[in-house]
Design a protein around this ligand. Structure first.
Ligand code: PGA
Length: 242
């Protein structure tokens, strides 16, 4: 893995294929200029096939799916390296249970693809309790080797920019949560090398505050990754602290 990883989670944006292709090209071009940072672009699911099918995909960036979308017993049809699993919009808006998250993790791992697992509290409950339940259930039945392949992302739901009042967590709080996840994995799996990401209102102004900590290997960026100029600034700020 490169020094730091930036995952651009576009969700359902842009709205059209033409706009998506434009943003895709612009951000791959930017990723090429910052090759010391590992960029992973996750375009809208509905355009993923068109964007990645046919023709070699530019290697300046890696590509991710926002969900497991291939039917059981079939293979992913596009060259993706990462899949987002357990994002709060799926957990809470679509009712995805921890048992489903667990099945998806297994499916992704079986294909040799890196799962990016989202965990985090909604606010108003105990962060530690939520993290413990999510980790215990999401990882049920996985081997130590499988767990070692997961990119754990602490993303408090209240911090997501599109949620009411959404604002980023402080790096200090995020580090505390990451330490809690790390302790869980150390106790239960005895893993030595682990990579943790933070997500929730990351932008060009705060990205370095998170990434300057060696415990934080990367960030997941939603809204700010939809503007190629802001995306460029995020990569630029990241290289400054490497
Ligand atoms: P945000 O989204 O950066 O817009 O807060 C992050 C996410 O939902 O993964």
């Amino acid at each position: 893995m490169k020094n730091k990883i930036i995952i651009a989670n576009w969700k359902d944006n842009p709205a059209t294929l033409v706009e998506t292709e434009e943003l895709f090209k612009a951000e791959i071009y930017i990723a090429k200029r910052y090759e010391n940072v590992q960029t992973v672009i996750c375009p809208p699911t509905e355009f993923l096939e068109q964007l990645l099918q046919g023709g070699p995909v530019n290697r300046a960036a890696l590509y991710g799916a926002q969900d497991v979308f291939w039917p059981e017993n079939s293979k992913p049809t596009v060259p993706i390296s990462h899949v987002l699993v357990g994002h709060s919009e799926r957990r809470y808006d679509l009712g995805e249970t921890d048992e489903i998250v667990n099945q998806k993790l297994k499916a992704v791992l079986e294909e040799g693809i890196v799962p990016v697992l989202f965990v985090g509290e909604r606010g108003g409950e105990s962060r530690e309790e939520i993290l413990t339940v999510q980790l215990a259930k999401d990882l049920a039945g996985l081997s130590v080797e499988q767990v070692s392949k997961i990119l754990f992302t602490y993303e408090p739901v209240w911090a997501i920019s599109t949620n009411p009042g959404g604002h980023s967590d402080t790096p200090e709080n995020a580090l505390e949560a990451i330490k809690f996840i790390d302790d869980f994995l150390t106790i239960n799996y005895k893993l030595k090398t682990k990579n943790y990401l933070y997500g929730g209102s990351v932008n060009e102004n705060n990205v370095a505050d998170f990434l300057k900590h060696p415990e934080i290997s990367g960030v997941v960026v939603g809204k700010a990754s939809l503007d190629s100029n802001r995306f460029l600034q995020i990569l630029n700020a990241t290289t400054m602290i490497l």
